[in-house]
Ligand binder design. Structure first.
Ligand SMILES: *C/C=C(C)/C=C/C=C(C)/C=C/C1=C(C)CCCC1(C)C
Length: 256
């Protein structure tokens, strides 16, 4: 690991802390808001809670690893010798990305026979996307797209494009069928999905635009943290809003 300035170290430290708080308290919200949606949509809120719970745990571990990896010396932060463990992030994605796909497919309310086949294909694609990305992620110092890091990124992008393509189409079908208010929310989650998920491969490419050493480390940690808060907590809130809107449209009334 390289040396960091106090500003760089603190920026990542604060982003990780912010991510932990976002994950925990969005999860509290999903639990407390349960009765505001009709029973058939509650499973989506349950899955949202699992996602942010798993993420909160991993962010806590990432945070500990970050603290252990550097020691304050003079005005800056020196590598302590303990490696910073980036695998937590990928293990987290391996669990949470399939669940994010599931929570969306469930809230769309597809016919049961279509649903399970679609979930299986998307979950397999999600696993491939994360597993193919990891070997490239841990290769540092590769500053060309035509490097091994670039190759893994390319391979990982194939299932990525497939997932986004399928979900884009399915959300589109749902928009056509639903009332206007739900339609607007579905359109918004479609953009949120594409922009936040699309942000990950961009962050991955930070070393290719010439960012090296500590700059790349900090950019990657901050970038992934922002993307995770939006793609898990923000997305969960959107899923809740869709479930709430569909519940209302279907005549669901909260018990007094
Ligand atoms: C909560 C975590 C989420 C939503 C993570 C999503 C991650 C991706 C969409 C990652 C995609 C990648 C590529 C398409 C290529 C480069 C390697 C990855 C794994 C960063």
């Amino acid at each position: 690991m390289e040396q960091l300035t106090a500003g760089q170290y603190t920026l990542v430290y604060n982003m990780l802390s912010f991510a932990i708080a976002s994950m925990i308290f969005s999860g509290v919200f999903f639990v407390l808001a349960r009765d505001r949606v009709a029973p058939q949509y509650r499973i989506s809120l349950v899955v949202s809670t699992l996602v942010v719970g798993i993420a909160a745990y991993h962010y806590f571990r990432i945070f500990q690893s970050w603290e252990a990896a550097y020691t304050l010396t003079g005005g800056g932060y020196e590598a302590s010798g303990k490696p910073f463990n980036d695998a937590y992030r990928y293990v987290d994605w391996l669990l949470t990305v399939p669940l994010l796909v599931v929570e969306l497919v469930l809230v769309l309310g597809l016919a049961a026979e279509k649903r399970s086949g679609m979930i299986t294909k998307l979950v397999v694609a999600a696993f491939l996307m994360i597993l193919l990305g990891y070997p490239g992620e841990i290769l540092t110092g590769q500053t060309s797209v035509f490097s091994e890091r670039g190759l893994w990124g390319l391979l990982s992008s194939i299932p990525f494009v497939y997932i986004v393509y399928v979900l884009w189409g399915e959300i589109g079908n749902a928009i056509a069928e639903k009332d206007e208010k739900t339609g607007v929310l579905l359109r918004n989650i479609r953009y949120l999905l594409v922009f936040t998920w699309g942000f990950y491969p961009i962050v991955y490419m930070a070393p290719f635009i010439g960012w090296e050493g500590s700059t790349a480390t900090v950019a990657i940690q901050v970038g992934y943290s922002i993307a995770d808060v939006l793609a898990k907590a923000g997305y969960g809130v959107m899923i809740y809003a869709i479930a709430r809107s569909k519940s209302e449209a279907e005549g669901y009334q909260m018990a007094a």
